[in-house]
Design a protein around this ligand. Structure first.
Ligand code: GDP
Ligand code: GDP
Length: 437
């Protein structure tokens, strides 16, 4: 299921981004607490009382230069209404109700979405006395909070969680390969999905069920089970304006989290954009299999070098996923679309591959013999032994006398050797070092 979205709205200066940072911050277990390409201040994944959701600071949406302040607020509020499951409406508890607050409140009341009113800047109990007038705005759930010192934010989170939709994640059979089709609007995601499903040997499963049918598309090919994840918004064009970049990114992120393999669909004619790189970076960090699908290949004028030139550019722009296979296809003509399923099979198998410990250590001994590690403070760094601890993605632990001193470039070198000898096409690898000796 897509992760529930909680939007923070309100006029400027009431403390939306302070609240966002507070909710994204220390008191909550942060799921994606990694520096990296996807670390955008606009949205953050949180967990509270065992529920996982994404908070969005709509105040951080890129302003449209044509908008007047009010129009901008209106637009941001509308985006929140269209895309979120719960809305936190922030007002300034010290200043009292302003005309802008009334305007936003009117829009929210008509929306039928659960709205929680947060009277912010109520930094101590004495200030609470002024805040009761805010009940006039007409919302039942009113919380006095201080985004700056955290007062009341636990209760606010309890209220948020209470309104989150109860979406149980449907668990597919163990051998089902879950595929997320990701990419920018208009790259051809729905055309690719329809092409694959339209092939003769594909049987679209008629699984009985309620909600999951609406969002995922299960199918079988020659007895093997697959499911395209979160296709609801892709297959029938959703009413939400896909040009709202953050929304399509949010959808993609939660689809990636549920997937085994991601099809990264790119319009060959348009090329790779910043957003593609961000999303690919997220799939990589999450340890998912990745296939780069260069679609609309029919539109590209080409000679016998074109494909190689494209590959070079892709490898340069997406250098952190140099292990991902690249397919040049056309959903329009059907060219090479049949290669998609076989590539998904291959990548899913590589991501589940397990190396025997003996084989891994034979490799290690050979590699270290020819490329010894440097010394640190006169003492040689040693890697004694390695083992593959898990799959999906393949994860290796190597034991060393100085695990913290092993340079990033040596890790990269080990990864390259693993790939050279054992393949692992299309899957990220994780390599860790632990202390021993
Ligand atoms: P936004 O425009 O709604 O995102 O508001 P900001 O988060 O940027 O905050 C606007 C101003 O209000 C900043 O100077 C904050 O430091 C201040 N502020 C935010 N939350 C609180 C709070 O709980 N108490 C007090 N006293 N000030 C706050
Ligand atoms: P989505 O927004 O990523 O799902 O993209 P769509 O599948 O809706 O495709 C967007 C547009 O590109 C539509 O007009 C499609 O007909 C067109 N399109 C999709 N795939 C191809 C292709 O391989 N070649 C060409 N020429 N057009 C394509």
């Amino acid at each position: 299921m897509p992760r529930p979205i909680v939007a923070i709205v309100g006029r400027p200066n009431v403390g939306k981004s302070t609240l966002f940072n507070r909710l994204a911050g220390s008191r909550i277990a942060i799921i994606e607490d990694k520096p990296g390409v996807t670390r955008d201040r606009l949205y953050h994944t949180c967990e509270w009382s065992g529920k996982v959701f994404t908070i969005v600071d709509t105040g951080g949406l890129e302003p449209d230069s044509k908008d007047e302040l009010f129009q901008q607020m209106q637009r941001q509020t509308q985006v929140a209404i269209d895309t979120s499951d719960v809305i936190v409406f922030v007002v300034d508890g010290r200043e009292g109700i302003t005309p802008s607050d009334w305007q936003i409140a009117d829009m929210l009341r008509k929306s039928n979405k659960p709205v929680i009113l947060a009277c912010n800047k109520v930094d101590n109990n004495k200030l609470r006395e002024n805040s009761y007038e805010f009940y006039e705005l007409g919302f039942e759930d009113v919380y006095m909070i201080s985004a700056i010192n955290g007062l009341g934010t636990g209760d606010l989170l309890d209220a948020i969680v209470k309104y989150l939709p109860d979406r149980e994640e449907f668990v597919y059979e163990e051998d089902t390969i879950k595929v997320a089709v990701i990419g920018r609007p208009n790259a051809g995601k729905s055309s690719i999905i329809n092409r694959v499903l339209g092939e003769e040997r594909v049987i679209v499963s008629d699984m009985p069920g309620t909600t999951r049918d609406a969002i995922d598309t299960p199918f079988e090919v020659e007895g093997k089970k697959y499911v395209f994840i979160d296709t609801a918004g892709i297959r029938r064009k959703s009413r939400i304006d896909e040009s709202i970049e953050y929304y399509s990114v949010l959808r993609a992120l939660s689809a990636i989290e549920r997937a085994d393999v991601c099809l990264m669909v790119i319009d060959s004619y348009e090329g790779i954009a910043e957003q593609d790189a961000k999303i690919a970076g997220y799939a990589h960090e999450q340890g998912k299999g990745i296939i780069i699908v260069m679609n609309k290949w029919d539109k590209v004028e080409k000679n016998d070098r074109t494909m190689d030139e494209y590959k070079k550019i892709i490898r340069y722009r997406l250098d952190f996923i140099d292990y991902a296979p690249i397919l040049f296809v056309s959903a329009k003509t059907g060219q090479r679309v049949q290669r998609i399923i076989e590539t998904i099979d291959r990548v899913a198998a590589e991501r589940s591959k397990r190396l025997a410990t003996g084989v891994l250590n034979d490799m290690l001994n050979e590699v270290i013999a020819t490329n010894p590690l440097p010394s640190i403070k006169g003492k040689p760094i040693k890697i004694y032994y390695g083992t593959q601890v898990s799959i999906k993605p393949p994860t290796f632990v190597f034991f060393s006398n100085y695990p913290d001193e092993i340079h990033f470039s040596y890790t990269r070198f080990l990864e390259n050797q693993l790939r050279r000898l054992f393949g692992f096409e299309g899957t990220p690898l994780r390599i860790k070092f632990k202390k021993q000796g």
